[in-house]
Design a protein around this ligand. Structure first.
Ligand SMILES: N[C@@H](CCC(=O)N[C@@H](CS)C(=O)NCC(=O)O)C(=O)O
Ligand SMILES: [Fe+2]
Length: 361
């Protein structure tokens, strides 16, 4: 079975697509965004996937790719068009190539026009295609910068995208109006630039008169993307360095029980359960302070902002919300204990109080 997830970067209105083969867990990620690399990596980890490739649909002008950051984090390899002129990739793709992931593959189609490097990735059974900016929903990529050519783009759309079956679902590189997916049949009929009876001259005339300002990030994005998003930084900006935290897809920083056991004295542990749970069978972490979640907003001055705070609860749910409350109050070194006291106990980490389950009490 195919796993397909569509993610959105609101800053650049970019879609990133995660595709995976559910049997082997092999995955590819199309058009990752630099600022979203943590989100994407968390998603890949949570779903238990093995990210083989990040694939670019083209050298983007409006955002920096997350390809290099993801290679650093997850060991994924980088692939993009041989016509990109980019350095630092692991594979340069040609028209007709296949990118395999487990039992599935994507067919590479060159669809130049918006840029020379534009590729459309077609799923093995032609049920879906990822068009980048060659074809957008009721739109298409502009052709007034990089190596743009409206005549070339018209032929790419007509010969290499509209030649797919009408039912083939099309997933674009961007949408600026809130739409997410379309189909070949729908765009052939309704695309105002390339659909219906429009011929090449109609298309070229339309594209020559779009009158759009250049993307705001263009001067940064193009040179960065020609290096596959490589920076001099080791990791994404703002990554916490006080502990090996992992970011869940819900946006919560979590810490593993083993690390906490080894570093209890270096952090402040705040237990956000109720008093009866604190005295209950799961016990409490030695050195923890009890502040029930409902009181945390008012009582957080009891916690220092200088030392990291780890929030703890029964299962990891309330402590996740505690990190949100603490961050709002200006605490920047915060994490939630993954799995809460349940996982802490099942891993046999030390507790005060609680019941001795081994003794059968
Ligand atoms: N306002 C956006 C630029 C949007 C833009 O120019 N997008 C390109 C894709 S990289 C495009 O082809 N847009 C076609 C259109 O908006 O019709 C930004 O500053 O990032
Ligand atoms: Fe683009």
């Amino acid at each position: 079975m195919l796993i397909l997830r569509q993610m959105f970067d609101a800053q650049s209105s970019t879609y990133t697509y995660l595709l995976a083969d559910s049997r082997s867990r092999a995955a590819v990620l199309i058009d990752p965004v630099f600022e979203q690399a943590r989100r994407d990596a968390a998603f890949v980890r949570e779903l238990g996937l093995d990210l083989l490739w990040t694939l670019e649909t083209h050298v983007h002008a409006d955002h920096v790719t997350g390809a290099w950051l993801l290679r650093q984090r997850l060991g994924s390899r980088i692939a993009l068009s041989t016509h990109s002129g980019a350095v630092g990739a692991d594979r340069m793709l040609e028209h007709g190539d296949r990118v395999e992931f487990g039992d599935r593959y994507l067919e590479v189609r060159a669809t130049p026009g918006h840029t020379n490097s534009c590729l459309t990735y077609v799923l093995d059974d032609c049920s879906r295609a990822f068009t980048g900016d060659a074809l957008l929903i009721r739109g298409c990529g502009r052709t007034d910068f990089q190596e743009g050519s409206a005549a070339t783009l018209y032929r790419s759309i007509r010969n290499r995208i509209f030649s797919l079956p009408d039912e083939c679902l099309l997933y674009p590189g961007h949408d600026y109006r809130g739409a997410t997916v379309t189909s070949v049949g729908e765009e052939k009929r309704y695309n105002p630039r390339a659909g219906g009876e429009r011929n090449e001259s109609d298309f070229v005339g339309y594209l020559s008169n779009l009158g759009l300002p250049h993307p705001k990030q263009m001067d940064i994005a193009v040179p960065a993307n020609l290096k596959c998003g490589r920076t001099e930084l080791g990791s994404a900006p703002g990554d916490p360095d006080w502990a090996p935290l992992s970011l869940t897809f819900a946006g919560i920083w979590e810490i593993a029980p083993q690390w906490l056991e080894e570093h209890v004295r270096e952090v402040q542990i705040v237990d956000v359960r109720e008093a009866d749970e604190w005295r209950g069978p799961l016990g409490r972490i030695p050195g923890a302070t009890l502040i029930p979640l409902a009181q945390l907003g008012g009582r957080c001055p009891e916690l220092s902002k200088e030392r990291p705070v780890v929030a703890v609860c029964r299962s990891g749910g309330r402590s996740a919300q505690a990190t949100v409350i603490l961050q709002r109050k200006g605490y920047d070194k915060v994490a939630s204990l993954a799995g809460g006291m349940l996982r802490w106990n099942s891993g046999r980490h030390p507790i005060d109080g609680g019941y001795d389950f081994d003794a059968g009490l």
